[in-house]
Design a protein around this ligand. Sequence first.
Ligand code: NAD
Length: 434
Amino acid sequence: MTTVSRPNQDLIRPDKDKFLAEENPFEAMMSRFDYAAQRLSLDPGLYKVLRSPEKQVIVSVPILRDNGDVDVYTGYRVLYNTSRGPAKGGIRFDLNVTLDEVKALAAWMTWKCAVVNIPFGGSKGGVVCDPASMSNVELERVTRRYTSAIIEVLGPDSDVPAPDMNTNERVMAWIMDTYSMHKRHTVTAVVTGKPIEMGGSLGRREATGRGCMLVTRQALARLGLPLKGARVAVQGFGNVGSVTADLLAKEGATIVAVSDKNGGIYNAKGLDVADLLAHVKEHKFLTGYPKGDAITNAELLTIDCDVLVPAAMENVINSKNAGLIRAKIICEGANGPTTANADKILEDKGIYVIPDILANAGGVTVSYFEWVQDRGGYFWDEETVIQRLERIMVRSFDEVAGMADKHKLNLRIGAYMLAIERVAAVHRLRGMYA
Ligand code: NAD
């Protein structure tokens, strides 16, 4: 792997000082974007267009609490870029939602959809609220009021939400219903991640983890390492982490460690994923699982293994611990698990990082399949979903690796370059409506 020095970005980032913190999500995204744009020699006009979100909507979301009080929450929806198609991106309900974060995540979605070459732009949304303190009825009111507040931007042809932090298929069903009531007819394709009964896709639940397994398999093959017996550590044992662990184990890998937010379990001889899932089903967390040693999340990240899958949250691999990581491959199941400062440290150590915008793109790919099936009114069997997902993930991995090799860069910058080039190409073809 070739190490490259980063050019001075002062010339290209007039507002850089605003975004100096290592953990600022917009900075994490923009620093990679800037570097990739420079390597592509992106013309300055297009650079300015691509670093600006197309539309930012801020709304007040008043809701009636069960005790009769009225609360007003702030909601955001950012459409970052729609040149390649309708915007696509999740909605999160969380107290930590900020406009900066939503903008960064919307940009990420733009690049992610372009990396796997599906005809979507990128968006993201959120409501600043604490869903844990709400009843189900209050959650439904927030969802419906937020949906109606942003209804002008929503639609199968304009902006298609999906679940994200603290939102799920129940919330997607309410969004679909609210939108359909306003439109006076049922519009299934307005959201993805819906229950199967109302237009969801088979294979969506496992899609992100399946994508992680597929790109890990490709990366191991590329490095000449066997998948059978590869030692894998997975941080996060939710949707993405548990499915990745399960599918990699089924391919012959040895899962040596897993964790959730309360800590992890280590067993050098390998963990039985089905047994771990049964434990979590009964006890909610991995804590107390008897067939391994308890480890902390910090220890999990630095254990001796072949593949590390951070599949929990952002910024867990940073300048403080990147130097201690011993994995040969990192497959970024989570969004933004590695800070920009850590990139260089990992690259110097020769660690092969499969970046989030490629590694976890299986989810949005099957969301695309869901949207296609809803619009066509014709639903595929699970085997078809799995086959088509595999084709796209394998092709995308090869295209990103090809771009990285061509420019002697790491996969992350290769992925950004591929994505930026695809979005820029459409802008050039469409021309400037000025
Ligand atoms: P999830 O809620 O199902 O699971 C999250 C897991 O992470 C849980 O096991 C939780 O206990 C654990 N966790 C939380 N905080 C932690 C901490 N501080 N340390 C260690 N573990 C912690 O969520 P998910 O859907 O699996 O998503 C995980 C990540 O993948 C997120 O970054 C998400 O944005 C990203 N992602 C998810 C999808 C998808 O389709 N679900 C798609 C793309 C990206």
